[in-house]
Design a protein around this ligand. Structure first.
Ligand SMILES: Cc1cc2nc3c(=O)[nH]c(=O)nc-3n(C[C@H](O)[C@H](O)[C@H](O)COP(=O)(O)OP(=O)(O)OC[C@H]3O[C@@H](n4cnc5c(N)ncnc54)[C@H](O)[C@@H]3O)c2cc1C
Ligand code: FES
Length: 255
């Protein structure tokens, strides 16, 4: 884990209140894994706590770190106003990410809403060695603008939107169930709204498929020191910032 000041290269609006932040990184780049996150320091020091944001992508050659974020409150509003050339301080990479150590398998990756954030790095980490189906869910066509920033060559990509303005009208479980009918799926990776992941975990359990889920909790320290992000699992209390944010769905209480 490193603390580093990074120069902002780009901070562009992608849609509605969604932004893509690109930074010149250095120290933390080589060890970062898909599914990990960074604590970003707000520009205005009156917002004391750093904000956890998933690693969207790392370009190791060019030393660029990308974050995809939604403006929600005070902290993310400050991120929105940071200009190219200014610095932002990062702490990370933090937490336990996705296990990408697999080869020659049929895999489904599912991102819903802001849960698309960790999926650029994950799809690229898994796609050369595995057969990847990527299911993306969002409110509408605009919410899928972020896909322009993905490299989806050789990845079967299926889009669902709530209003049907792009792809299949409905939620991600529709193409997931269809995919399971046609392919022998080894593992599902997912990040998104709780209700979406709840359904996906149920489907994975019913079909006896391995499943990793990335959870979100409000965080204080981000490094396992304050217990602010603790959750009860089938294996007792776990800290989302340290034991997660990615967990094997088998240990998640999903009633
Ligand atoms: C491991 C992890 C990874 C994350 N990755 C991303 C990401 O890649 N992109 C992104 O946009 N957001 C991500 N988040 C959520 C992000 O951290 C919060 O949206 C952000 O901290 C809100 O800060 P704020 O000061 O703008 O809002 P606040 O003023 O603190 O709160 C505004 C609103 O956001 C809600 N909120 C605040 N924190 C969270 C949280 N952790 N989870 C859910 N709701 C919250 C509050 O309840 C409130 O309604 C992640 C959170 C975690 C724990
Ligand atoms: S946020 Fe402090 S222990 Fe997880």
């Amino acid at each position: 884990m490193f603390l580093e000041d990074c120069v902002v290269l780009e901070n562009n609006k992608i849609s509605d209140s969604y932004y893509l932040l690109k930074l010149k990184g250095e120290k933390s780049i080589s060890s970062a894994k898909p599914g990990q996150f960074y604590m970003l320091q707000c520009k205005n020091e009156s917002t004391l706590l750093r904000r956890p944001i998933s690693l969207h992508y790392i370009n190791k050659e060019k030393q660029i770190i990308e974050f995809y974020y939604e403006v929600k409150g005070k902290g993310t509003n400050e991120f929105k106003n940071i200009k190219p050339g200014e610095n932002i301080n990062l702490q990370g990479p933090l937490g336990t990410g996705f296990n990408t150590d697999i080869e020659n398998k049929n895999i489904v990756i599912i991102g819903g809403g802001m849960g698309m954030a960790p999926m650029k790095f994950l799809t690229e980490a898994l796609s050369p060695k595995n057969n990847v189906t990527f299911i993306c869910g969002g409110r509408n066509k605009e919410s899928m603008n972020i896909l322009d920033n993905f490299n989806l060559e050789n990845i079967k990509t299926i889009i669902t939107t709530d209003d049907g303005s792009l792809g299949i009208k409905g939620n991600v479980t529709i193409p997931l169930l269809e995919t399971l009918k046609n392919k022998n799926i080894y593992k599902i990776y997912t990040c998104g709204p709780q209700i979406m992941m709840k359904h996906i975990m149920n489907i994975a359990k019913k079909n006896n498929i391995l499943c990793e889920v990335s959870l979100e909790e409000r965080m204080g320290c981000g490094v396992g020191a304050c217990v602010g992000c603790s959750i009860l699992t089938k294996e007792g209390m776990k800290k989302v910032c340290k034991d997660g944010p990615v967990f094997d769905s088998k240990i998640i209480i999903n009633d």
